[in-house]
Ligand binder design. Structure first.
Ligand code: 13P
Ligand code: SF4
Length: 302
């Protein structure tokens, strides 16, 4: 089917099913362009919590659809590609977190939103890269546990001055950035500012001008006086940045910074999701109730 026909069919199915399409900033351009709302993890969680629609098609990875299902228990949440997981979220499970917590009795647990519902259910509060510093600052504790991203944990520990015990997880896309990538990008684009994501290692963050979540990159781009910006995150976001800010040139800090899991979703799979109700993401109510507590605690602070 031609792309225009697929888009027309998606539009028809959306109306018939009272559906909305949410897409993360890293999705392929045509999926971002077909979505009703494109955002970062925090914006998408907020959106999912307030939607009127009956069906949510989540173009992102599994934990994002799960978060939407937890926040909207009465709705049908569809993940167009069943294999679109987040390898970082899979680096810890509920059993492992329970065992780890036993070694640190009484310490609060902050979980990155990139976790399974089971891990959220074992945590006190959730955070995203947009609000991680604020969430940790909001806790009375000087010492805490943070799962699963050790890079984000190191950044937050430095920004907040708290003692953070971090799980040994990481995002394979951001963990691969090196100081050399930033130095080489500065040589290629001498007048550019460098913006990196807080999932990058600290030695990369140290060489950047700004450390921003994808949502904050989108906001900053609207008012930046810079004409050139090097972007140290998954390069899919450059589509949105360039589309919304045609006067600014955005360059990837590394051309191979691609999350293959984010790229698995296609328009054809979105169409199939709406036609066949695949792949429906559900969370057992007992787990969802506990996980919702951690997500709500975050949304109240943010
Ligand atoms: P944000 O969109 O919250 O910046 O997160 C980045 C990410 O890696 C999502 O998987
Ligand atoms: Fe997970 Fe990293 Fe891909 Fe985000 S970019 S979904 S954190 S692997």
């Amino acid at each position: 089917m031609a792309a225009a026909d697929v888009l027309a069919r998606i539009g028809e199915l959306k109306r018939r099913r009272n559906a909305v399409i949410l897409a993360h900033n890293y999705q392929v351009p045509e999926v971002q362009d077909a979505a009703d709302f494109v955002g970062d993890s925090l914006e998408l969680s907020r959106k999912a919590a307030g939607l009127e629609a009956e069906v949510i098609v989540f173009c992102g990875v599994h934990f994002m659809a799960e978060t939407a299902a937890i926040l909207s228990p009465g709705k049908t949440v569809l993940l167009p590609e069943a294999g679109a997981g987040c390898p970082m979220a899979d680096m810890i499970n509920g059993r492992e977190l329970r065992a780890w917590k036993e070694r640190f009795p009484g310490l609060p647990v902050v979980c990155y939103v990139n976790t399974s519902a089971e891990v959220k259910a074992e945590s006190d509060i959730c955070c995203t890269s947009s609000n991680a510093v604020g969430v940790v600052n909001s806790l009375g504790a000087g010492e805490l546990l943070f799962v699963p991203d050790k890079n984000l944990a190191a950044y937050v520990a430095r920004e907040t001055g708290r003692t953070i015990h971090a799980w040994d997880g990481y995002c394979y896309v951001h963990h691969r950035f090196t100081p050399r990538d930033i130095e080489a990008a500065r040589l290629r684009h001498p007048g550019a500012e460098v913006w990196v994501h807080p999932e990058c290692p600290l030695d990369v963050i140290d060489l950047a001008d700004r450390t921003l979540s994808t949502g904050k990159m989108v906001q900053e781009a609207r008012t930046t006086p810079c004409r050139e910006v090097v972007i140290g995150t998954e390069k899919g976001i450059i589509h949105r940045l360039s589309k919304e800010n045609p006067a600014v040139a955005f360059h990837p800090a590394r051309d191979t910074a691609v999350c293959v899991h984010m790229k698995m979703t296609t328009l054809e799979k979105v169409q199939r999701a709406l036609e066949t109700d695949t792949h429906r993401v559900t969370v057992p109510p007992a787990v969802a109730d506990r996980a919702r507590g951690a997500i709500r605690a975050m949304l109240e602070i943010a």
